[in-house]
Design a protein around this ligand. Structure first.
Ligand SMILES: Nc1ncnc2c1ncn2[C@@H]1O[C@H](COP(=O)(O)OP(=O)(O)OP(=O)(O)O)[C@@H](O)[C@H]1O
Ligand SMILES: [Mg+2]
Length: 251
């Protein structure tokens, strides 16, 4: 189980009074094992920042992260990966000279061709032709996201965090991608956290969580989330427009 206790991620911001901004603003939450969580909320609300705190990519300013009974806030990314946490970036890195096959081998330690092909079959969303593709700037946006997700699954994490796995993904893959994550949860008990704006992921989730201004403002089913999501989009728009006399600003 993953527990966030009074968690803060704070940056210097000279425009704010006090000179700081809490991007994650005192989050308390306990994630249950073996559930599918979808985190959503407006752009810039802190979803990626929270995901990066859990993986150790962002440093914790204050508070703690407890995973399987152990305080992990001070652990490195590698140590958290060894503990069974995996993270799939919103904007994956590209590496010149490294192929998808190399990435799978790094993620799993497997070099045997048959076993690598078995992983590809299990993941399903990456065709065989991807295997020797270089994970460099020439890959399309959707291709790199598929490879990122496949590599995360191949690591057999106990807790998998996917940051907007659907970005740039074609319509034909989104359904299979949702099914794939549900299957990994059902068969391998992978606790799954997906950051997404996509209704397919929100519908698939056991728990929909809404983050706004660095705080969890809702957790529950999608039906209960909908009025708040609609309201938040209007509020964001109004805030943007507040005080502006711009003729292009509609309410
Ligand atoms: N390391 C950082 N330094 C300064 N500002 C940051 C840092 N990380 C995030 N931010 C700011 O914090 C806010 C939240 O960013 P974050 O990436 O978490 O948003 P998000 O909810 O994932 O948004 P999106 O839906 O657009 O992906 C943004 O305003 C961002 O510019
Ligand atoms: Mg984000």
């Amino acid at each position: 189980m993953l527990e966030l206790k009074n968690l803060y991620f704070t940056i210097a911001d000279h425009e704010k009074s006090g000179g700081i901004r809490n991007i994650i603003d005192g989050i308390n939450y306990a994630f249950d094992d073996g559930k599918f969580y979808a985190i959503t909320g407006p752009n810039g609300s802190g979803k990626t920042s929270l995901a990066k705190l859990i993986m150790g990519i962002n440093p914790v300013t204050k508070g703690s992260i407890v995973y399987d009974g152990t305080e992990i806030s001070a652990l490195t990314i590698t140590e958290r990966a060894r503990a069974g946490i995996a993270y799939s970036f919103q904007q994956p890195a590209r590496f010149k000279g490294i192929t998808f096959r190399d990435l799978l081998t790094i993620a799993t330690g497997i070099e045997d061709e048959k076993k690598l092909l078995a992983i590809l079959r299990r993941v399903g969303i990456c065709p065989l032709s991807f295997m020797d593709k270089e994970v460099d700037a020439k890959l399309s946006g959707g291709e790199i996201k598929k490879i990122e997700l496949a590599t995360t699954i191949a690591a057999n994490p106990k807790l998998a965090i996917y940051d907007e796995p659907d970005t740039g993904i074609d319509l034909w893959t989104i359904g299979p991608m949702v099914n794939l994550l549900k299957k990994e949860l059902a068969e391998n008990k992978t606790t799954t956290i997906v950051v997404s704006h996509n209704r397919s992921f929100l519908e698939a989730a056991d728990v929909v969580m809404i983050i706004n201004s660095g705080r969890i403002v809702y957790d529950g089913n999608l039906e209960g989330a909908m009025p708040l999501l609609e309201d938040l989009s209007v509020c964001t728009y109004r805030n943007t427009c507040e005080g502006e006399q711009d003729a292009g600003c509609y309410r």
